[in-house]
Design a protein around this ligand. Structure first.
Ligand code: NDP
Ligand code: 2IT
Length: 452
């Protein structure tokens, strides 16, 4: 046998990780999880799968120059990281946020490979974006930035090559502008982006898909783990963007009581249940901070970030049955995990990508909290993106009910497969290991079959 040895696996965990960074955090978790598989199947070492998987196929980096409303010249950096296309065209979101760097996108692209594999759909993994901050910009400025970004990006994408979508700071507005520019440059009407507005090729339910999918996943996980359902239960949600809003919406459909949301400036705790109509108006229409929520609902509590003890996050100090971190990476740390555990949390579902720090994750697993990892639980967004690609390719439109039904089936399938894989590998109930093993195995087997 010529399997990866323990020490070789350890070496991979530490590879290129002289400084702590997000990509290393993501990679180390995966390699630790899949080590039982690496040690029992010698094909992976023979085909150098790890060596090949942790390096992106290509990293595209470009300058984006645009004019603001006062005609000042602005310069940002754009990226597209095409990580792996063993299972299908590169697929993954674009993030526009001042914290975007190559390393952030590398972590997201790596996670996306395994997430997309778990959906069972023919899509590879990629991520892209820019350090451009849409916040405080006029629609016209966002449009000019998106056009300039696409002038470069269009060279590298295509409906069978690489199909970007949204992520933080990129929603229907940005995808619309990006699509408009792509069409202008190429004179084609191709399904080259997903998350498009409905009237020019978008899928119904794509905006709702990630949040709804995370809740569908949680329902299934709770059922498998013989826990009580979400009905009537207090839930906490962080974030107030696309994923958070739709997780809150689906929780309300199921009779749960989501009592919180948050943004980069503060947290809302509304013990009667979040007023979703108001939240949508504030975040989707007015694009304003959550402080206004408390002005309209004085009985709700607004906790500004700076007023909360450093090191912890107010949203995770609210007692709940189920927690849904839906904002950003590493937003739930070990102090937060202890607060949730002491307050009796039963399940934690990652709507955001890697919102839980490694220490917090260990705490949840060692306390046998049902833990739904991002690459499985938030895969509903990219799954419906693939449904959008299918609709575009066949020039058809599916009904809301059809997409919702298929999304639900997909999330239930992923959850059951992850649970079963964990059981098969002797870690029953550990959805992190189950997701990493199941996601990795499919990609690795495809890479072996395709040769180098
Ligand atoms: P949005 O831009 O719609 O919303 C992001 C939310 O998170 C906002 O409320 C924002 O607050 C908050 N936020 C962002 N950065 C920080 C920060 N550093 N500290 C505190 N709060 C922050 O993004 P999405 O809802 O689309 O994405 C949320 C998460 O879900 C991300 O991790 C993303 O990668 C992941 N995801 C998204 C999918 C999608 O389909 N959109 C699919 C799968 C995963 P503020 O407005 O104040 O910045
Ligand atoms: O992290 C993610 O899965 C996304 N941002 C969605 C990607 C997509 O291609 O729909």
């Amino acid at each position: 046998m010529n399997d990866y040895t323990d020490s070789e696996i350890k070496e991979f965990e530490g590879k290129d990780c002289s400084t702590e960074n997000l990509f290393c955090q993501a990679m180390e978790e995966v390699i630790y999880s899949i080590s039982p598989l690496l040690k029992t199947d010698d094909r992976y070492k023979e085909h150098a799968i790890l060596e090949r998987l942790i390096v992106p196929d290509r990293v595209i980096k470009f300058k984006v120059t645009w004019l603001d409303d006062a005609n000042n010249i602005k310069v940002n950096t754009g990226y597209r990281i095409q990580f792996n296309n063993a299972l299908g065209p590169y697929k993954g979101g674009l993030r526009f946020h001042p914290t975007v760097t190559e390393e952030v996108l590398k972590f997201l692209g790596f996670e996306q490979i395994l997430k997309n594999s778990l959906t069972g759909l023919p899509i590879g993994g990629a991520k892209g974006g820019s350090d451009f901050d849409p916040k405080g910009k006029s629609d016209f400025e966002v449009m000019k930035f998106c056009s300039a970004f696409m002038v470069e990006l269009h060279k590298y994408i295509g409906p069978r090559m690489d199909v970007p979508a949204g992520d933080i700071g990129v929603g229907g507005r940005e995808i619309g502008f990006l699509f408009g520019e792509y069409k202008k440059i190429t004179s084609t009407f191709d399904g080259v982006l997903t998350g498009k507005p409905f009237f020019f090729g978008g899928s119904l339910m794509r905006p709702e898909a990630t949040g709804y999918g995370a809740v569908y996943f949680t329902e299934t996980m709770l059922e498998i783990e013989a826990k009580e359902s979400l009905q009537g239960k207090i839930c906490t949600v962080s974030g107030a963007g696309n994923v958070a809003l739709h997780a809150i919406e689906k929780l309300q459909h199921l009779g749960a009581i989501p009592v919180s949301c948050s943004d980069s400036k503060g947290t809302i705790y509304d013990s009667r249940g979040v007023d979703l109509d108001l939240l949508k108006e504030l975040k989707l229409v007015k694009r304003t901070s959550l402080e206004t929520y408390a002005q309209k609902h004085p009985e709700a509590k607004y906790i500004p970030v700076e007023e909360y003890p450093e090191g912890a996050h107010a949203v995770w100090d609210i007692p709940c049955y189920a927690a849904f971190p839906c904002a950003t990476q590493n937003e739930l740390n070990d102090i937060d995990a202890q607060n949730l555990i002491v307050n009796g949390v039963v399940s934690v579902t990652e709507g955001a990508n890697m919102p839980t720090t490694p220490k917090a994750l260990n705490d949840f697993l060692s306390h046998k909290i049902c833990f739904a990892p991002a690459k499985a639980a938030n895969a509903g967004g990219v799954a419906v993106s693939e449904f959008e690609m299918a609709q575009n390719a066949s020039m058809s439109k599916w009904s809301f009910e059809k997409v919702d039904e298929k999304l639900k089936e997909t999330m239930q399938m992923i959850c059951k497969r992850v649970a079963l894989t964990a059981k098969d590998y002797g870690v029953e109930g550990n959805y992190v290991d189950g997701a990493n093993i199941a996601g990795f195995k499919k990609v690795a087997d495809a890479m072996i079959a395709e040769g180098i």
